[in-house]
Design a protein around this ligand. Structure first.
Ligand SMILES: Cc1ncc(COP(=O)(O)O)c(C=O)c1O
Length: 429
């Protein structure tokens, strides 16, 4: 459950609102964010990543969930935001968030996207490879713009998580391998000869849903040594370091103490800086999932309970892989609750499945919950990250509405898609 959720009268509430009331007003599928939960998590990151040796820059990884409303929160909190495409840059800019506080990622940024970044003064472009750097130099020269960059390094650290969300194995498509001294030499020569494009330092991101501090510590150590070594080798100041995101959340039974994890990591970074006599000006973290993941809950209506021959049971819901593909993609696991009946003696063990023509259209398997009546609402917890941004229109599905509950206030931050939205892109004959 999220920070403001509670059970009252055997029903699930978010603050003072029964979730069933929210559903009556906004329908299902519905994504609900608990703003207090997001604020608490942001405060924890702010509090536990401070150091007396450098300033910390917290960058919200907007790929987890991007909406203008969230950009405003980040702006007010003094955070940065990361972007991965021209589309992200556009949404972020339109929200009034300063592009000077944006970190621009991507392994294949188009010339048009780079031109926008260079000419509109995006804070930092994270360079993936040498050809991209050449293009940035060309654009910086053409538009007489100074550009700040970081170089993405693949430190080859294996974080213990699902293979598809590991990004840092040495065979990864992202960045320059930490072992590639020749590649680094060629890249550094470009920086040394083109002062319009500055290399602030290196970036690494070792995976996602990491709940153990060890891979973070290993990455930090390796990146600090590498940065320090490169600075000395090329007599080029490398005073910024970006250690990416990847902080895990509670989906089912994970236990994460962010204060403890971040304090351990920061102690390790401080100790390494002192032992290397390396002066860092700014350290960046890019949490996405950890900020919004647990705060988001998806609500679905149970249209039917189906028992098949052999006894297996299905709960048919009015959404599925079209608003949450994580189970189909990564075999993600979720906790599920019956919003209308929190506790009951009459239980069911069933798979929660969507309405697509795909056997893999599953949200959660073998969940045990109070037996739902037709029309009851299910809450699927920890769906705030990487669900809505991957939503799609397969089988003519409509993207759900998204609301934020902040104390007594409810804000609809994304409206529900309509059939007219679906039609808009097509040419009529
Ligand atoms: C470069 C980079 N930074 C940050 C993140 C955010 O990761 P998470 O949401 O796991 O914190 C990602 C996720 O893929 C990423 O690729």
């Amino acid at each position: 459950m999220t920070k403001s959720m509670q059970i009252k009268n055997n029903q699930l509430y978010l603050g003072k609102f029964p979730l069933s009331d929210l559903v009556r007003k906004y329908q299902t599928p519905l994504m609900v964010f608990d703003w207090a939960h997001i604020r608490e998590r942001m405060n924890e990151f702010t509090e536990y990543t401070k150091s007396s040796l450098f300033s910390t820059r917290l960058v919200y990884a907007s790929k987890a969930f991007l909406a203008p409303y969230f950009c405003v929160l980040m702006k007010e909190a003094g955070w940065w935001i990361d972007a991965t495409s021209g589309g992200d840059l556009y949404i972020i800019e339109q929200s009034g968030f300063p592009l000077s506080r944006v970190v621009f990622h991507g392994n294949n940024k188009s010339t048009e996207e780079l031109k926008v970044a260079v000419t509109k003064g995006v804070g930092i472009i994270v360079v993936d490879h040498i050809e991209e750097l050449r293009k940035i130099v060309q654009l910086a020269t053409q538009y007489r713009s100074e550009v700040n960059t970081m170089l993405r390094i693949n430190p080859g650290i294996e974080a213990h998580t699902h293979y598809y969300i590991q990004t840092s194995l040495l065979s990864s498509k992202f960045g320059l391998s930490i072992e590639d001294a020749q590649g680094l030499e060629e890249i550094m020569q470009i920086y040394l000869h083109n002062p319009m494009v500055r290399l602030l330092g290196f970036h690494a991101h070792i995976g996602s849903q990491i709940i153990d501090v060890k891979p973070f510590v290993a990455c930090a150590r390796q990146m600090l040594e590498f940065s320090h070594h490169t600075e000395k080798l090329y007599h080029y100041p490398l005073r910024h370091l970006n250690l990416g995101g990847g902080f895990g959340i509670r989906y089912t039974d994970e236990e994460i103490d962010y204060g403890r994890l971040l304090s351990l990591l920061l102690n390790e970074i401080n100790a390494n800086l002192l032992s290397l006599s390396y002066q860092l000006d700014a350290l960046y973290f890019e949490p996405g999932r950890a900020i919004v993941g647990e705060a988001g809950t998806t609500l679905y209506t149970v249209d039917y309970v189906k028992s098949i021959w052999g006894g297996k049971k299905y709960l048919f819901i009015d959404g599925g892989m079209t608003d949450n593909i994580r189970t189909a993609l990564y075999q993600a696991k979720y906790r599920v609750a019956n919003v209308n009946t929190a506790v009951s003696e009459k239980m069911i063990i069933a798979d929660v499945v969507g309405k697509c023509c795909e056997s893999g259209d599953i949200i959660a398997q073998d969940v045990e919950i109070p037996f739902p009546d037709q029309g009851d609402v299910l809450a699927v917890f920890s769906t705030g990250a990487y669900c809505y941004p991957m939503a799609m229109n397969y089988n003519g599905a409509l993207r759900p509405a998204v609301i934020v509950v902040d104390g007594d206030q409810i804000e609809e931050v994304c409206r529900r898609e309509t059939y007219q939205d679906l039609e808009k892109l097509f040419t009529k004959k």
